[in-house]
Ligand binder design. Structure first.
Ligand SMILES: Nc1ncnc2c1ncn2[C@@H]1O[C@H](COP(=O)(O)OP(=O)(O)OP(=O)(O)O)[C@@H](O)[C@H]1O
Length: 330
């Protein structure tokens, strides 16, 4: 018997690892675009899931943004039925009329559709094909926009998606491995023209920046960036725990925060406490910036009698004596 190609084996191991320990009373749902990463993920899941006594389903989202997208989505779903998924379906979404640019709108519509498909199918997890290269790109983009530790932690291997775990089994698999696996298995991935469109910053990072870094610093760069994300994520988790305890300690019965308690915190923890509290008050995470948290911090550490500070959503925070409190809008 021919030896199993190394990329195929590595991807199966990664998928097996991700599926182990999940409840077995529903399918795992693979989100497949037809691109090399999610095709390699899908074919590995179709192989691994039944061997673990589980069922697997596939869903492909048709954003309706390109000519022929419906036919391509049908082809992906048909392929899925052929490789043994118990269900393999297309979900059509409407991208227009949503806030943000086209990329953000498509992404939001896609995750809504995946959440709904998971709910309808009683899926125990949704799997996406993000790779180590996607992670390295995410870290570079975060670094470049000054996103801080939360951004530098990149994409988690597991997060909540509307009550279902979203898993990224290929975060430690390189893109060259997903391409190689597809080639070995005779699969013809779809090349998304958006991935090479230089008007997207991620495309420019993929096409220009990462290759330049690899040329300048060596081939370990991608792996090192992904490792940085893992290390920062572990530190974030520790700081988040400290901040949750500190927020509880700083809370006053009227919903405000105690300034003496806040002053006793190290700045990294205090910043997180203020960020969490601002979110509790209703500031949306997308709009809440470093600048807003710095302004709250100034109410604590550099108070000279200044008036209320504004947060996104018309929220205002007031310092009075030894307390931060939400102020009436005005
Ligand atoms: N149209 C889609 N339908 C279903 N899932 C999708 C779709 N587009 C993206 N995904 C999921 O999100 C993951 C990340 O997609 P993204 O477009 O950011 O990366 P990518 O590198 O182009 O991935 P791929 O090579 O699989 O298309 C994909 O691997 C896939 O699991």
């Amino acid at each position: 018997m021919a030896a199993l190609a190394a990329p195929v084996a590595a991807i199966r191991v990664a998928v097996r690892h991700a599926l182990t320990g999940l409840p077995s009373d529903g399918p795992v749902l693979v989100a497949c675009s037809g691109g090399a990463d999610s095709l390699a993920l899908a074919v590995a899941t179709a192989f691994v899931a039944p061997r673990l006594g589980r069922t697997a389903a596939l869903v492909t989202v048709d954003h309706g943004l390109q000519d022929g997208s419906a036919e391509r989505a049908e082809a992906v779903a048909g392929w899925g039925r052929g490789v043994g998924f118990t269900s393999s379906t297309v979900v059509r979404v409407a991208v227009t009329g949503r806030p943000g640019g086209p990329e953000a709108a498509a992404r939001a519509a896609r995750y809504e559709a995946l959440t709904e498909a998971a709910r309808q199918q009683h899926a125990v997890a949704v799997l996406t094909g993000h790779t180590r290269d996607d992670q390295a790109e995410t870290v570079l983009l975060a670094l470049a926009r000054g996103a801080g530790p939360r951004g530098l932690a990149g994409m988690p291997a597991r997060r909540d998606l509307g009550g279902v775990p979203l898993l990224r089994p290929l975060l430690e698999i390189g893109r060259e491995q997903t391409r190689a696996a597809c080639a070995v298995l005779g699969l013809s991935p779809w090349q998304d023209p958006h991935n090479t469109d230089p008007s997207y910053s991620r495309s420019r990072v993929r096409a220009d920046l990462l290759p330049a870094l690899v040329r300048a610093l060596g081939p370990g760069v991608v792996d090192n960036l992904a490792r940085t994300a893992r290390l920062v994520a572990a530190d974030n988790a520790a700081l988040d725990e400290l901040a949750a305890a500190a927020l509880a300690a700083a809370r006053c019965p009227d919903g405000g925060l105690s300034v003496p308690v806040l002053l006793g915190l190290v700045p990294a923890v205090r910043g997180r406490v203020l960020h969490s509290w601002a979110r509790e008050l209703g500031a949306s995470p997308g709009a809440l910036s470093h600048r807003h948290v710095a302004a709250l911090d100034a109410l604590v550490t550099a108070w000279r009698g200044q008036g209320p500070t504004g947060l996104p959503g018309g929220i205002r925070v007031l310092r009075s004596a030894d307390r931060l409190s939400p102020a009436p809008p005005g």
